[in-house]
Design a protein around this ligand. Structure first.
Ligand code: ATP
Ligand code: MG
Length: 453
């Protein structure tokens, strides 16, 4: 059925800004696929005389037979008008004012149609500021449905579904691109990427997530414009980094980011170390993403701290080696390196403090887990970050670091009973102790100090 659609959605149509309206016999959606709450929001708005559609990711994912993550509604009602229609709703955001309508099971996000129109008069310019790099800094001009569609990023994200009459308004050939499994940015790629460099990350994210290929016209300017990511605010880039790395397709995403020079902008301290595919750093990242993807797909917990700890570990090791070469203790060298590497990353992706503390604990424990003789092992397994640190040891060994089968030892230790554990700790004996002198800066007499971040 989609083939029919793509045939009459030719290039000419793409550029007119007029949608084709795909009626129910030509697509696979049914109103039942939309959550009851989202349908309710649409019908209340429509009954009040407004236009309203389910838009964006939900339409795209449902057409692909995937589960919709959440339902966004777009309407010509202004935020205050939306708010007036729903008792449990509030207006949020400054840059983009949207309305959250609260239901018992979910929140439906309602966005007023916006415009991307640069040619309009003075009053509009006030609401739509553009920086020197061409980036949009404020964007609160309301517009028509057509305006709203043309300011979206990808053709597959610019489809509007009306559960009332079961039709899809397809503005940019999204149906055809779904069928051909193509990621296509709308409008002039370079202009759209300059307006908002995060769109390059979104191109890559959806290509990896959906296993779509990127249209060459879309990918062409990406490498050159990757540097524009430096204009994106660090908190936003951190959020985007989590969507990229924790999508369940982290490995594929990472490779695309790398290919287009985007990764070098995001984690510059690592990207210089992975040009050699056989390096420990390359293997570590490969395994880190492979493991994370598996965990996410089997609904296990993953923490941003672990991923960032892995991404920055090669740099931490390199800097730590430098300090150790200058005669510092391993513990001091590691702590100093950790501080420096994190300080360099924060201005790019603003990793919240609770995660940087956990990252430092995971790294600190890498020095402590080999020292498991006597009573130490017993104390270490009780450390709140033990599990992550142990997983990190396994990861390092998978990547080829030679750690004297430390991972196996800890695996066996955890599986052993009380008596056997004591036996194991005794057997390690002195070899589990640290041969070097103790660092005076970080005494290790109590467990509490392991958490020193
Ligand atoms: P998902 O939520 O599954 O990651 P999504 O497509 O719903 O995917 P959101 O970030 O929730 O992504 O955005 C909702 C919609 O808003 C998108 O489908 C797209 O139409 C539009 N959009 C989001 N970010 C941008 C952007 N940076 N530039 C232009 N349009 C955007
Ligand atoms: Mg969404």
């Amino acid at each position: 059925m989609l083939e029919i659609i793509s045939k009459f959605f030719d290039k000419a149509k793409r550029d007119t800004g007029e949608p084709i309206i795909v009626t129910s016999q030509y697509h696979s959606l049914t109103p039942k696929m939309i959550s009851r709450d989202a349908r309710k929001v649409v019908s209340v708005l429509q009954d009040a005389g407004y236009e309203a559609y389910v838009v964006g990711g939900a339409v795209r994912d449902l057409l692909l037979g995937l589960k919709a993550k959440d339902f966004d509604v777009a309407t010509d009602a202004k935020p205050a008008e939306v708010k007036a229609l729903f008792r449990r709703s509030r207006i949020i955001g400054r840059r983009f004012q949207i309305v959250h309508v609260q239901f018992s099971r979910e929140i439906i996000e309602v966005t007023t149609f916006r415009s991307n129109d640069t040619k309009s008069g003075d009053t509009r310019k006030k609401h739509r500021l553009q920086s020197d790099s061409g980036m949009l800094t404020r964007d609160n001009v309301f517009g028509s449905l057509n305006d709203d569609a043309s300011r979206r990023d990808l053709s597959i994200n610019a489809m509007y579904y009306d559960p009332g009459d079961n039709s899809i308004h397809d503005f940019a050939g999204g149906m055809a691109d779904i069928e051909q499994r193509t990621i296509r940015i709308m409008g002039d790629p370079a202009t759209r990427f300059r307006e908002d460099p995060v769109r390059m990350l979104r191109v890559v994210r959806f290509a990896a997530k959906l296993a779509f290929s990127i249209e060459p016209r879309t990918s062409k300017p990406m490498h050159k414009l990757a540097v524009n990511l430096e204009h994106v605010s660090p908190p936003r880039l951190f959020d985007e980094s989590l969507k990229l790395f924790m999508s369940g397709q982290g490995l594929a995403t990472f490779w695309l980011l790398y290919e287009y020079g985007l990764f070098a902008q995001m984690i510059p301290q690592l990207s210089g170390m992975i040009s050699d595919r056989n390096s420990l750093a390359s293997k570590l990242i490969d395994h880190a993403f492979t493991n994370t993807d598996l965990r996410i797909r089997s609904s296990k917990r993953v923490t941003p701290a672990f991923i960032y700890a892995a991404l920055l570990w090669p740099a931490v090791q390199k800097v730590a080696a430098h300090y150790q070469d200058r005669g510092n203790s391993p513990a001091y060298a590691l702590s100093k390196a950790a501080g420096e590497v994190i300080a360099k990353q924060i201005p790019i992706t603003a990793i919240p403090r609770r995660f940087t503390i956990a990252m430092r604990e995971i790294w600190d424990l890498q020095l402590l887990l080999p020292r498991r003789g006597g009573h130490r092992a017993k104390r270490l397994v009780e450390h709140p970050r033990f599990r992550a640190a142990y997983d990190f040891v396994l990861l390092r060994e998978q990547a080829g670091e030679e750690l004297d089968n430390l991972g196996d030892w800890w695996t066996n230790y955890q599986n052993a009973g009380e008596e056997q554990r004591e036996e194991m700790a005794r057997a390690v004996g002195d070899s589990g102790k640290n041969p070097r002198r103790r660092s005076r800066r970080k005494p290790r007499s109590s467990r509490g100090q392991l958490t020193d971040g």
